[in-house]
Structure formats: structure tokens, C-alpha cells
Ligand binder design. Structure first.
Ligand code: ADP
Ligand code: MG
Length: 350
């Protein structure tokens, strides 16, 4: 198949996406596909712009050669914007043309302009086939406030929370209390997520969160172990436990090797993992997930209750990401997982 892998873009998760994109690109090539990797915002490098687009799939070139690892902090997006100072479209040069002549676009994007349904909607209108779920579920899951309404509507336990708009006054209900979590509604990779111990911390966290977005969630902090469960074609994969060595699963603990211990299958009683898997499947169904997604959970150490935090519609695909580790337990290599996602996503078009 002729496949365009899209990665990068103008999201705080840009670096992670490039790392996912590189892994996917190399795996699909290994699987025998004709693959091009593009940064969705920067587009086709100048050196290739003179070539007829259809010939680019046949070039013997490593499109991932210049991609670096994930830095400790989220990237400075102004620096990236400055590379295309006159941009009017968020899609870089050549991106749409190459996607249109591909058989399939593999979305290695995370966060804004990739995981939020807008690219999916555009591609639907343009007749471009892509991996992962459609535009409606992508958009629903990008917003944690809306996701929680969907969870509550179908009885999936989620931490109690309130949603606050910038400038709005509010009272913190007793069922939330301290410590609590403050998070932007539409963030990702823990950017804009703060654990808060008291009113002073709350004030500071709200100030920081409102600098990123106009709508913020204040959520009860669930004290206990953390898990994640991927769901492919409606069926849950083995549960993975995530144990940061210090602090919570923030940006640094997510992407710096050695910061977090991940165990799959999670060492928990069978009835608990089965319940979390059931909740993950129901959570995906509640927002209409097609193909695949991954649901994050906290397990309350006092009540033993598991709480769903969010649904990731384009979960991390760096070779050490959670979904590849879960698939490995089922016997899938990373390259086989990429092929699985491709085939499952193709079914949307049959
Ligand atoms: N209610 C909560 N209680 C305890 N920890 C939480 C809670 N919400 C989020 N976290 C921590 O913050 C991390 C990021 O939060 P999450 O809602 O998954 O957003 P993101 O989209 O940034 O991954 C989680 O992986 C978890 O470690
Ligand atoms: Mg998460």
C-alpha cells in the first residue's frame, strides 16, 4: 500500500508525535509498504517539492532521518510557527496532495489538530482514508469535560469534578476537596495538568491552566495506582500499570526513559483487571470509538473503585508507548501492531 504517515504539527505533543511517526514509518516500511513520513505542519521538505508527487513513494530515502528524541519539556511552538511565517493553512506544502494519492494515511498525530477530529473531518470530505476513529468521537474525546458527560451518561465511574470557565467564580464542592487535580479541558500528555494541595496551589494552578485554555476541570485527586487499557475493535487489551518513580504521570515521567515503571499485564487480581477492561470497552462505546483507542484509569486505594480519566483516540505509538506494550503481551511485535491498526482502520471503508 502507498501510505503517508502524518506526525508533528502544532500541538504541545509535537515531539511525541514525531517519535510515534518515526516508529510507525519504519515499521510500515519493514512490512513492505511504500511509505512517506511528513510533518503535517511543515510539509514536504523543499528538496522534494520539484518531484512529481506520485514518484515520491518510490524514492529510496529515510524520511525519518532528522527526527530527534522527545525532550524533557514540551516544544516551543512559536519556533515551529516561525518556520512557516506566512502560513494560512495548518497543512504544510504537499501534505494534502500526497494524502490524496495515498491508499491510506496513518495518523501518528497527538493533541490539537490531529487528535481533535478536524483532520478526520477534512479527510472524510476529501475522500482520504485514515487510521483510527472518526471525527465525532475524536472531537468528543479531545474535551475532557464532554467525555465525562458521556461517561456519566452510561454509568462509567469517573472522578467527581467541576468545569470552570475563565473569569467565572466557583465553589469547590466537598466531594472534590484537597488534594485535587486541575487540568485544561483539551490538553494532552499531562501538559496543563497540575496536582494541587491547598487553596494557594489551586489559585496558582488555575492561573497557569487559564493561560493555556479558557475552560478548566477541577477534579478529585484519586489516590492510588494508575492503569491504562487499550481497546481495539471494541475488545480490551491486557491492562498496563504505570508507576512513576516520583510524582504523577506528568510530561517528564511519560517520555523520559527510566522515569516510570510500566508493568503489563498489571499485577492485580483477575476480577479487577476484567472490570477495568469492561469499563474501558464501555468507555470507548460511550463515545463511539471506531478502530482503536486507549483509556486511562486511577484505582482508588481506599474504595478499590477504578475511575476512568479520559479516552486517548490516537494513543502514543513510540516503540515504548503503552499500547505497543499491551499488544506485545498478546504476541504482537511493534510492526505487527502497526499492521493490525492499519487493517482494523481499513474496515471503516468496506
Ligand atoms: N483525578 C485524578 N486523580 C489522580 N491523578 C490524576 C487525576 N487526573 C489526572 N491524573 C494524573 O495526571 C495524568 C494526566 O491526566 P489525564 O487526565 O490522563 O490527561 P492527559 O490528557 O494529559 O493524559 C494522569 O496520567 C494521572 O497521572
Ligand atoms: Mg492521559
Amino acid at each position: 500500500m502507498k501510505i503517508v504517515v502524518l506526525a508533528g504539527g502544532l500541538s504541545t505533543e509535537r515531539d511525541v508525535s514525531l517519535s510515534s511517526g518515526r516508529g510507525i514509518y519504519r515499521a510500515l516500511k519493514e512490512n513492505g509498504h511504500q511509505v512517506i513520513l511528513l510533518d503535517v505542519f511543515l510539509g514536504l521538505p523543499d528538496a522534494w517539492s520539484q518531484y512529481p508527487p506520485e514518484t515520491l513513494f518510490d524514492q529510496d530515502v529515510d524520511w525519518a532521518a532528522s527526527i530527534q528524541g522527545v525532550a524533557e519539556k514540551a516544544p516551543d511552538l512559536d519556533q515551529i510557527r516561525a518556520l512557516r511565517p506566512d502560513f494560512r493553512t495548518l497543512l504544510g506544502p504537499g501534505v494534502l496532495t500526497l494524502c490524496q494519492i495515498s491508499d491510506m494515511v496513518f495518523l501518528g498525530l497527538h493533541g490539537a489538530n490531529g487528535e481533535d477530529g478536524r483532520i478526520q473531518a477534512l479527510f472524510d470530505l476529501m475522500g482520504i482514508r485514515y487510521t483510527g476513529t472518526g471525527h465525532t468521537s475524536s472531537a468528543l474525546c479531545m474535551n475532557k469535560h464532554i467525555t465525562k458527560q458521556m461517561f456519566r451518561g452510561t454509568g462509567i465511574p469517573a472522578p467527581p469534578s467541576i468545569t470552570v470557565k475563565k473569569g467565572e467564580s466557583f465553589e469547590l464542592p466537598d466531594e472534590i476537596g484537597f488534594p485535587c487535580m486541575v487540568k485544561t479541558c483539551c490538553g494532552g500528555s499531562s501538559v496543563g495538568v497540575y496536582r494541587v494541595e491547598d487553596v494557594f496551589g489551586l489559585e496558582r494552578a488555575l492561573k497557569d491552566a487559564f493561560a493555556l485554555e479558557d475552560q478548566v476541570l477541577i477534579e478529585r485527586c484519586i489516590i492510588g495506582r494508575e492503569f491504562s487499557v487499550a481497546v481495539v475493535e471494541g475488545k480490551a487489551l491486557p491492562v498496563i500499570e504505570i508507576a512513576p518513580i516520583s510524582g504523577f504521570y506528568d510530561y517528564k515521567n511519560k517520555y523520559q526513559a527510566g522515569s516510570t515503571i510500566e508493568t503489563c499485564p498489571a499485577q492485580i487480581p483477575q476480577n479487577l483487571s476484567a472490570r477495568m477492561q469492561r469499563h474501558a470497552e464501555a468507555a470507548c462505546a460511550s463515545v463511539g470509538i471506531e478502530a482503536y483507542a486507549r483509556v486511562d484509569f486511577m484505582l482508588d486505594e481506599c474504595s478499590g473503585e477504578d475511575y476512568a480519566l479520559e479516552v486517548n483516540t490516537l494513543p502514543g505509538m513510540t516503540p515504548t508507548s503503552l499500547l505497543p506494550q499491551e499488544a506485545a503481551v498478546l504476541g504482537y511485535s511493534y510492526a505487527q501492531l502497526c499492521e493490525w491498526i492499519l487493517q482494523v482502520s481499513l474496515k471503516k471503508y468496506q
